[in-house]
Design a protein around this ligand. Structure first.
Ligand code: AMP
Ligand code: GLY
Length: 423
């Protein structure tokens, strides 16, 4: 099978690495790609924001299957263009991608199908939103409706913070994404990420992970795209997985099909495990980054037939096998991230081959033969272990071999699981 992978981050490097191991693969292409992905795939120069150009490339090269990594092309309808053009594609239609593209859309699905989530209201102007917030009190959560690169959410511990967040959204801080605001009840508990493949009618549970959103050790500082992750998440016991499938995922899949927008691709549920059980914080319509990196390390099965089954409506006849070990990834980022950072700083050394870890490239480029950091999140040092603590030790041992003056990382990835393992 000839496959085209869309994306250029650590998530896509992990997908490329795993797809390249498939006996069913005959050729792997990637766009835009990065130097890590280039070790697994042929990088092609197409504008991935131009849906027609991607379709034209697929026809010219007789591509059998396209795997879309990030959400932006999905929300922009790339999967629709390819599917209408007769190309099999892993990823939802633009209409189904609204599960990530509009928080209000997802909350309305939850309300309609009785899916556990925080109570909420949607607003298109500030005063009614503020009146509702005053009535509900703090803590309370304010969310820009649209895609805001993970920055559109304010967990307000005080009333003033909540009211300021409303003003900030409606004054255009998040552009069009903030034209509508969702105000939501604060949920207390432990967070987990849960991933399922979906083919429009069937959902296949994959695995759980825990992300570390804050930039600093001890979960301090501003939110980021994720500074590290591990899998599985101990809070996702078999009972919690079963309840999540029954109460959250399956009603969503049935609801989306019912509404004429069947969901295909990977459904990433951001969950809060509260005293009442799992509640939905949000959906994403693609793999998490860096959660995907740890999932791919743990997946024993061939990834290609799994993704193809999701794309072609045949998930009911396939299953996924997982390694029992834990996997953990540490993100190395450019100093200054998630704020401004210097670009094109040299990465002098990566860990020796043969260390017990895999380095996925997230924001790198080759300039005159020198590996340089071009993004905020740059490298994902990923390792397996019999426990999260063991995986953590291996990941940091490899990471300490990296020579990159402008890089930094958190030193406490996996702390919740490590504390549990010590207890
Ligand atoms: P989101 O972009 O929706 O994932 O939100 C970012 C982060 O805000 C989540 O990972 C949670 O830590 C937090 N958050 C979002 N919604 C809630 C909520 N209703 N209650 C508590 N925390 C929340
Ligand atoms: N790591 C969080 C995300 O991919 O949305």
């Amino acid at each position: 099978m000839k496959v085209l992978l869309i994306g250029s981050g650590g998530r896509e490097h992990a997908l490329a690495w795993k797809l390249a191991q498939s006996p069913r693969l005959t050729a792997l292409y990637a766009a835009p790609g990065n130097p890590g992905i280039a070790e697994e795939a042929i990088i092609v120069d197409i504008d991935t924001a131009d849906n027609a150009a991607v379709l034209a490339f697929c026809r010219k090269e007789a591509i059998d299957f396209v795997v879309v990594g990030p959400e932006a092309p999905l929300v922009a309808g790339l999967a629709d263009t390819l599917r209408n053009g007769g190309i099999a594609v892993f990823g939802p239609s633009a209409a189904a991608a609204q599960l990530e593209g509009s928080k209000g859309f997802t909350k309305d699905i939850c309300a309609k199908y009785d899916i556990p989530t925080g109570a909420y209201q949607r607003f298109t102007s500030a005063e009614p939103a503020k009146a509702y917030i005053r009535q509900q009190g703090a803590p309370i959560v304010i969310k820009a409706d649209g895609l805001a690169a993970g920055k559109g959410v304010t967990v307000a511990m005080t009333l003033d913070e909540a009211l300021d967040a409303v003003d900030s959204c409606f004054s255009g801080t998040f552009g069009a994404a903030g034209a509508e605001v969702v105000v939501e009840a604060y949920l207390d508990g432990e967070e987990a990420s849960f991933f399922c493949l979906c083919d429009g009618k069937t959902a296949l549970a994959l695995a759980s992970a825990q992300d570390h959103k804050r930039v600093g050790d001890g979960d301090t500082g501003p939110n980021t795209g994720g500074m590290g992750a591990y899998s599985p998440a101990p809070v996702m016991t078999p009972d919690m997985v079963e309840r999540t499938m029954r109460d959250i995922i399956e009603p969503t899949i049935a609801g989306m099909a019912d509404s004429g927008h069947p969901f295909t691709g990977v459904l990433f549920a951001g969950l809060m495990i509260t005293a009442k059980g799992p509640e939905l914080i949000e959906y994403n319509v693609r793999f998490g980054d860096p959660e995907c990196q740890v999932l791919m390390m743990r997946l024993k099965s061939d990834l290609l037939p799994l993704l193809y089954a999701a794309a072609t409506g045949t998930l009911a006849s396939i299953s996924a096998e997982w390694r029992d070990e834990a996997a953990l990834t540490v993100v190395m980022a450019s100093k200054g991230y998630p704020g401004a950072y210097e670009k094109n700083t040299p990465i002098a050394r990566l860990p020796e081959a043969g260390t017990n870890a895999k380095v996925f490239h997230a924001g790198t480029a080759l300039k005159d033969g020198q590996l340089v950091a071009t993004g905020g999140r740059v490298l994902n040092v990923t390792a397996m272990g019999s426990t999260v603590s063991a995986a953590k030790d291996s990941a940091y041992t490899a990471l300490d071999q990296v020579e990159w003056d402008n890089g930094f990382c958190r030193r406490d990835i996996g702390w919740q699981a490590v504390e549990r393992e010590k207890a």
